[in-house]
Design a protein around this ligand. Structure first.
Ligand code: FES
Length: 154
């Protein structure tokens, strides 16, 4: 093997390792979102999921504009998108895409939640369609927020 081929092969192997590591890190962040939530069901069968935003992985919600996600839970089988819309309010949207029910990923740095289907759909931080094919906004849930505890109810 000459020197040029060795360097080329080494660079390709290094790029593959970096790509795999990044993918693994992103996947582990996604997996973490299924945890750190509690579910209560009261005597009227109302379901309430609560999240402590002072704890990982939801600490981004401590500042206005911060976002987080929850995995599948008793409120929504696809999970929830969370966004701190003001000092006193955190909004919760379903991660079920309104086009064909694929899961919607968490908000990116541009404030868009992209559908995982590959169809091209995306939603803004108000839950409204940003790019088709979906034609309807994401479903939203009632929330209340007190002393770092976010409660989402159905
Ligand atoms: S299912 Fe989301 S864009 Fe098609």
């Amino acid at each position: 093997m000459n020197r040029r081929i060795f360097i080329k092969n080494s660079c390709m192997a290094a790029c593959a390792c970096v790509g795999f590591s990044t993918l693994s890190l992103m996947q582990s962040c996604e997996d973490n979102t299924a945890y750190n939530q509690n579910t209560d069901i009261n005597s009227d069968n109302d379901i309430r999921v609560s999240v402590d935003i002072s704890q990982d992985p939801h600490q981004n919600l401590q500042v206005v504009g911060g976002t987080s996600v929850l995995g599948p839970n008793d409120i929504d089988s696809k999970g929830l998108l969370l966004i701190r819309s003001s000092e006193s309010n955190i909004k919760a949207f379903s991660r079920r895409c309104t086009h064909s029910s694929y899961s919607v990923n968490g908000f990116n740095s541009q404030g868009l939640a992209l559908c995982s289907s590959g169809h091209g759909g995306s939603f803004n931080t108000s839950g409204n369609v940003s790019a088709g094919p979906p034609s309807a906004s994401l479903s939203s849930y009632n929330t209340s927020f007190l002393n770092n505890i976010l409660a989402i109810s159905k």
